[in-house]
Design a protein around this ligand. Structure first.
Ligand SMILES: *Cc1c(COP(=O)(O)O)cnc(C)c1O
Length: 346
């Protein structure tokens, strides 16, 4: 039985073109700046998101941490969403390793932070307070149903930050999904932000890697931080080769994942005992609830798995399904049939 793995877009395996590119990769020592493919990937990435320079790192978590450590000194404060990946899922790295102080502002269900909430969180100059240094946004928003932040919203946060002398970091792990969903160039979503990170290893299907993009000056400093974190890797062309294929070939097809997520959500909406808000299905993430008390979360997951469908539990009867490269329309049909059966439908 073929497994339909909807737990995450990180389970994607490299395409044949990626494997071929890795196989052929011409290599050098990247700590000396001599890995040709890594250099090419970094130039391509910077250009794609409209920044001067870029830096390859091992993961999205490392990208965010490197950016935060580059922006902030010890005791500085970051304003970020209460549901943000940086706050929730990165092992408190900013505090543990950087002495950086997080101030959370509630995420709205669409992944935004209210402008007035951000403004209210910015500290005045007073010896009692930490120094606010940075605002961190997330696009698309992982825990908020994969919702994309709009061009206008991003611009208004950038404007607010810069008026207060603050910087903006964009955790753009899935920023290309946001661009595809909104039908805008990704540069519209990165304009004005002082650093942006994105993942190669999620919907873009590469095996490893994330990029940080920013000004040349910022990237020079971030390179030092990356080294300090143990991220000075050597023949990184084996990673970068797949990354180049990802940027060349995988961006175009993201809307396919979005269409499959939509199809899945519409199917789930029609199953008694399951509930999903279709207004919050815009990209490749479907967040839905199990509202039939006769079946437990654990049993629901186990029954699905027995029939070859894997999902992630978010707790509180919420489940997450993520579509990606390797999930077809047929898979969605099969996953829906399995769910219908478990929920006792015909
Ligand atoms: C996955 C993710 C990350 C971290 O990426 P890893 O490569 O898993 O460390 C950061 N931010 C967001 C929004 C993510 O979804």
């Amino acid at each position: 039985m073929e497994i339909i793995d909807l737990r995450s877009d990180t389970v994607t395996l490299p395409s044949q073109a990626m494997r071929d590119a890795i196989h052929r990769a011409e290599l050098g020592d990247d700590v000396f700046g001599e890995d040709p493919i890594t250099n090419r990937l970094q130039e391509t990435a910077a250009q794609k998101v409209g920044k001067e320079a870029a830096l390859l790192v091992a993961s999205g978590t490392m990208a965010n941490l490197t950016c935060l450590l580059t922006h902030c000194r010890r005791g500085d404060e970051v304003i970020l969403g209460s549901e943000s990946h940086v706050f929730y899922y990165e092992a408190g790295g900013m505090s543990a390793l950087g002495g950086i102080f997080p101030q959370t502002v509630p995420n709205q269900p669409d992944g935004t932070l209210r402008i007035e909430d951000i403004e209210g969180a910015i500290r005045s100059d007073n010896v009692h307070y930490p120094r606010t240094r940075l605002i961190s946004l997330e696009n698309t928003h992982n825990r908020c149903s994969g919702m994309p932040l709009s061009v206008g919203y991003t611009a208004s946060v950038v404007d607010l930050a810069h008026r207060h002398g603050l910087r903006v970091h964009l955790d753009g792990a899935r920023v290309f999904n946001a661009a595809a969903a909104l039908g805008v160039p990704v540069t519209d979503l990165t304009r004005g932000v002082d650093s942006v990170s994105f993942c190669l290893s999620k919907g873009l299907s590469a095996p490893i890697g994330s990029l940080i993009c920013a000004s040349r000056e910022f990237i020079d400093e971030a390179r030092r931080v990356r080294k300090m974190l143990g991220g000075g890797m050597r023949q990184t062309g084996v990673i970068a080769a797949a990354g180049i294929v990802a940027l060349d070939e995988m961006l175009e097809r993201l809307s396919e994942d979005h269409a499959n997520a939509r199809m899945l959500a519409e199917g789930i909406a029609g199953i008694a005992g399951l509930a999903v808000d279709l207004d919050y299905v815009k990209t490749n993430i479907v967040l839905f609830a199990l509202c039939d008390t006769r079946i437990s979360e654990t049993r629901f997951l186990a029954e699905l798995e027995k029939k070859g469908v894997k999902l992630m539990s978010r707790g509180n009867s919420l489940f997450r399904a993520v579509t990606h490269y390797g999930i077809t329309k047929k898979d969605i049909e099969r996953a829906l049939a399995v769910m219908r059966k478990i929920m006792g439908g015909k």
